[in-house]
Design a protein around this ligand. Sequence first.
Ligand SMILES: *Cc1c(COP(=O)(O)O)cnc(C)c1O
Length: 389
Amino acid sequence: MTKRIYMDYAATTPVKKEVVDAMLPYFTETFGNASSPHGFGRDAKKVLISSRETIAKTLNAKTDEIYFTAGGTESDNWALKGVLKSVKPKGNHIITSAIEHHAILHAGEALEKEGYKLTVLPVDSDGLISLEDLKAAITDETALISIMFMNNEIGTMQPIKEIGEIAKAHNIYFHTDAVQAYGNVKIDVEEMHIDMLSMSSHKIYGPKGIGALYIRKGTLLANFIDGGAQEKKKRGGTENIPGIVGFAKAAEIAHENLEDHIERLTGLRDRLIDGLLSKIDYSRLNGHRTLRHPGNVNISFEFIEGEALLLMLDHKGVAGSSGSACTSGSLDPSHVLMGIGLTHEVAHGSLRLSLGDFTTEEDIDYAIEALIPIVQRLREMSPLYPGNN
Ligand SMILES: *Cc1c(COP(=O)(O)O)cnc(C)c1O
């Protein structure tokens, strides 16, 4: 049997065994509806509250500032639409960045179609926004700044605390999509002046379809789903108790060993980056070298078609992701790679390998050794590759 190595943790992660074990009783035994006043309901309610508490602690937030959602996409949509559509919106203008996840960019564009104003800040070649650009974009109408914590494609980490300080000084809400960052960096919503923060369970070894939005107390935000009294009447619908328990367990595990996790992952990441850049010429790292997700590697190999690279790598048992066309169902390369200024050609030759808790040093070395001949073979077919002339 050929080896199978998963290097696509940024897309999703396997659910950890301890997480599954924690969830199981909530399907069959403690299955009550948390809104029911009887014992079954009270048991469900109890674990709902303790799960909220667990997540709140990881952010230095208060228990009643955590709202469960169906995942990162929903949390992002709620933050953007909720602020502008609240009873007393502070203004009609949102500032965001060019390399946000589509959950933010497309929600912003949908609002723009309804007449709201959207400013999309550019990023530099490392993927960082400029704080000066941010300040210059602020108007009297600005209601919300939404800038992601860590990018899902190139890993770049934004200066979140500095952005929070700017937002606070201007009395503007600050939301951050922390789906990639949560569980991969220490986050403190007080210290960083964050008013809203999106999380997703399936990116941290929890189940899919569950996440949360941290909403600072006092933030004016429209309801996301009208219905019952769940999530303080702001997001109706019977709570997904097994999912919530799994998410809380995953968050707890992630934060018990956060520093070790970051250190181990950073070591693997750097081994992969250094190995690839030193052994394959005409390659470049995308994203900031150090202000970066501990498990993110994104490399462009010039004179190569990323799609072919991905298929050949898959054939060798390594599962990665590309910033090129076909995977995303469009002809244009990723808006993130375009955003950091890559040409179409270079962007098309990009490969993201994202590492996680089950990645080993042997996996890294295997991936490097697998990639060298693949890149070589593909370049032999390229009329542009200098080595062929
Ligand atoms: C995965 C991801 C999302 C979407 O989260 P889902 O739970 O899959 O909806 C949003 N933002 C970022 C940065 C992500 O990586």
